[in-house]
Design a protein. Structure first.
Lengths: 153, 153
């Protein structure tokens, strides 16, 4: 995608900035073995329902891959899904709602596709992907923090 | 590493299978912003202590990369670490003990390095990496389960 936008901030008011933003393909992985953490152990698994809802939220669009996975290992915090992208962090989410959170996963995947630093932005991140964060992992090639770096920035 | 093993399963009893197994480089990512989930919010962060213990468990060996990361997002289930490998699943662990679990992370990384299917084996997996599993995510290129596949194998 090529985007032309009026310059702001560091470029000063009125400067024109031409930015090439490549929307990178993102993947939503939905765990189909998940039960909701509030459901009894013999209740039907709702993971496939979340997978269908996510696919429906994508509709006819083809900019996001929605894949079913057996299993994300986040079993006691289900329902679960992950967002993945090449050269970016991977995000795992839990406590998702099969009736309501399919659109949030697609919106999150599209936000992630536009990220320039490989992180899923907090701003504009759908609420279920804020409160449901389980873990995030940097991409292969991540250099690590140096030994003398502080624990927090 | 080259391994010769007697064929089993699909190859039939007695068939001889010659397999070339390359031990693939693995990475342990240790979260340095983590506090133990049982520690008060103003207690010193023990993530760096786990990172040092993991590095010490590696010692002079150089077959595993131990990297510090700020932060794995698994904050309420710390201490946290992840195991990563190219073309393999990524594993996130929580509730780790800074005094005892560094060697388990190195042993897990070495077990993972020998995996032929990209999964961290359950057998011989160190106990802290069994009970502390938080999530696992398949590698990029994972094709997904087909829509009509059952929820469990």
């Amino acid at each position: 995608m090529i985007s032309f936008e009026a310059g702001r901030g560091a470029l000063g008011t009125g400067a024109m900035r031409v930015t090439t933003i490549s929307a990178v393909r993102t993947t939503v992985l939905v765990c189909i073995t998940c039960r909701a953490s509030t459901d009894p152990a013999d209740a039907p698994r709702k993971g496939p329902q979340l997978a269908r809802a996510t696919q429906q939220a994508l509709g006819e669009a083809a900019d996001v891959d929605v894949l079913r996975v057996r299993c994300l290992g986040n079993c006691s915090r289900g329902l679960s899904a992950a967002l993945c992208r090449e050269k970016a962090w991977t995000y795992v989410f839990g406590h998702l709602d099969p009736d309501n959170d399919g659109p949030a996963l697609i919106a999150g995947a599209r936000l992630f596709a536009e990220s320039v630093d490989g992180l899923l932005p907090w701003r504009n991140r759908p609420e279920p992907l804020k409160r449901g964060l389980i873990a995030r992992v940097p991409p292969l090639g991540f250099p690590g923090e140096p030994p003398d770096s502080p624990e927090t920035p």
